[in-house]
Design a protein. Structure first.
Length: 251
């Protein structure tokens, strides 16, 4: 029998705002990171142009994104940084305490468990699980690694909301199936495999190799563009007449 979620989470729950595009949702954490930095620097208000520059987007896109939250700023003043941090945090659900279990405590799992930014962003790593007897019992990030056989028990007793799959590819689907069966409805997948889940479960995949390949594509394009500009300039420089076709002809 599963343990009920903490009562304070129920009290703080709010209906999801309808009509926010997925692309906007994906940019909200970027805005939040920029705003958090501004708040730490003591900035009270920020213009849409300044915030857009800090987030790396166009100001028109930023204003449209924030309008979905009902935040339009004040003409001539801009946005109140602290209030906008609150608005975005609330919209993303970061005013609640989301409990996370990490399954797979290899090099990546170690790094995730030791990451100090989870707590400040509303996430608590509640448990670490692994199938390797050499890792089980080890203390990582202040938590003792438990055997993966305890997965269902951990989800129930810790009130886990989000499962992080950091296992090798062959084990990922089985771990995901067990998480879903235990009641977890959000999964962050670091394994190099596509996970099959019911429509009621949200999966976000993080593939570092794919991101590197995308960067390699853009780097290749930039190199090609630089060469296309550089080569004609060299050809002209090598022509004794500067490219007029009248080499050796006296004026």
């Amino acid at each position: 029998m599963s343990t009920p979620r903490p009562a304070r989470l129920v009290r703080q729950a709010r209906p999801v705002r309808q009509g926010i595009p997925d692309a906007t949702v994906a940019r909200l954490p970027v805005y939040l990171r920029a705003l958090t930095t501004l708040a730490e620097d003591g900035t009270a208000t920020v213009s849409s142009e300044e915030l857009a520059a800090a987030a790396g987007v166009g100001s028109a896109k930023l204003r449209k994104d924030l309008s979905h939250l009902g935040s339009y700023g004040t003409r001539g003043v801009g946005y109140e940084v602290e209030y906008l941090v609150y608005q975005i945090s609330r919209e993303l659900g970061l005013t609640q305490d989301w409990r996370v279990v990490i399954v797979g405590v290899g090099n990546l799992g170690h790094a995730l468990a030791n990451y100090g930014g989870f707590v400040s962003r509303g996430f608590t790593v509640a448990a670490l699980l692994d199938a390797d007897d050499r890792i089980v019992g080890e203390t990582v990030g202040g938590l003792v690694v438990r055997p993966v056989d305890d997965l269902e028990e951990v989800v129930a007793e810790q009130g886990v909301h989000i499962g992080v799959v950091a296992t090798p590819a062959p084990a990922a689907q089985d771990v995901c199936d067990r998480l879903v069966a235990a009641g977890v409805t959000s999964v962050l997948n670091f394994a190099p495999v596509v996970l099959l889940v019911p429509d009621t479960v949200m999966v976000r995949k993080v593939d570092l190799s794919t991101e590197l390949q995308i960067l390699a594509f853009h780097e290749q394009r930039q190199v090609a563009n630089r060469l296309s500009v550089d080569v004609p300039a060299r050809v002209v420089a090598l022509e004794p007449d500067g490219g007029t076709g009248r080499a050796g002809v006296s004026p």
